[in-house]
Design a protein around this ligand. Sequence first.
Ligand SMILES: [Zn+2]
Length: 561
Amino acid sequence: MFKPTFIFKIALFVILASTLAYGQRAHPSKPTETGGPLLPEQAAFDVQTYDVSISADPKTKWIKGTTVMTAKVVNSTDTIILHLDTPYTIDRVFGQGTDRQVGLKYTRDGGKIRITFPTRKQKGETFETIISYSGYPRVAPNPPWVGGFIWAKTPSGADWISIALQNDGADLLFPVKDHPSDKPETATMRITVPDPLVAVGPGVLDGTVKNSNGTSTYIWKMTNPIPNYSILFDAAPYRVIKDSVKSITGEMIPVEFYVLPESFENGPKLIEETKKYNAFYEKYLGPFPWRSQKLGIVETPHLGMEHSTHIAYGNKFRYNEDGLDWLMLHEFGHEWWANLVTARDWNDFWIHEGFQSFMDTLYLEHLGKKDAYFTAMKGRAKATRNIQPVAPRGEKFSYEVYLQAPDYVQSDGDIYGKGAVVLHTLRYLIGDDAFFRSLRRMAYPRKEMETYTDGRQQRLTDTDEFLKIAQEESKMKLDWFFEMYLRQPKLPKLVTAITINGTASKVVSMQWETPNNMPFPMPIDVVVDGKTQRIEMKNGRGSVTGSNPVVDPNGWVLKTQ
Ligand SMILES: [Zn+2]
């Protein structure tokens, strides 16, 4: 067994850490549905705001809540559908009449609430629903991957409430339009918990109300659009560490880290690390998007999740030899890939996880460890499964893309690792300039968007938009590349043959073997006589003459191993 070099160890650590954490992990049960085909009764309206009031009692593991949703009618309708998880009982459903609240007719069908208005709503009209409900929330079977509530205890035995919703949907917490294609323009959370718990949510703390019954209500206002699965809270006897960091825009970003009292000493170091990650992301992707809100971190009992402006951090302040906290690097980067740039449908989940995993590995190069970057990418390429397409076409439930068919109790992982290597291979194909311009434009399509802090900076997107951007920046046709690596699961195979030509020189003939003979004119590096040559593979074929040929020594091109 060979002794891994130091660089290899770092690279291995980064790959293993993220692959183990997120790659191919087994789960005790399948998540519930979130996203999927958008129903007409969902498509008919565009959510403007959620105002979510929740009172949580860790003793009984019971909550009650009221959600006020305002929305604009997109297609005239008299019926809308919201989702609310089955363990909850609905107490009342009201709408705002011209002068007062009116009871609305509704039916429940599993997790669906079908609400019928007394009169048809016309396009452009705004309406409000007020839904009160209560019950025992679903307890998360394996957070953060299979979600729900976590009623935990801190090391000192205090209550520690946490929630994870990504693969199940925000309907596990409040009545919501459960689809990634509709982020509210703003979200308010009014969270009531027993003292001395502190509840932390998205956006800015707008106020705290001390109630006479030994509870307090924490009011959080997020005034930028936010993915539904980030509209949640964590509560514990948190202490807050406040700091700030300068953005490349020159603005000061408020930093708030809500830590357990036991972890207070560890807080400042992680904040300093996070400032380095912020500088890295701002360098490649543009400014931290939520400068008008906060750079927020919350210590959680589960491993972590990219909750916008209140990143869930559960890595217990573990750093690798390089002083790197891979979990914080990963989750914080999602403020760009997931929260600023959000997949319109879960079929494009890789835009979150693949782009982020690419950044996780690029950070090694950013640290000046290009070899470690290559080694990490080779490790990711080796770990690909190639059974499900990274970006399948068609509307998908989150679990259909995140987990392995047919049972959906095992993570697939290719949206992470394979997604990252696909971007790595694209970088080789189009070159660093075009590639990093494409990455920046995928984050902020127009320069002026980097100046916005009112919500216009974020957007919904899909794989085809990235194809368009990369083709424009590289002035190359790239649809064949996206079809091969993203739209179907199998990898291309490079078949090489060495023959001796008339002058006794070695000729390396290469040919791409592809599923269904898909076109794949992918160039590849070959080192011959000690020199690296980039061999164009027009029509999937190419050759080079010379001795001691080594094909793709850096592992730039994703192919069968
Ligand atoms: Zn992630």
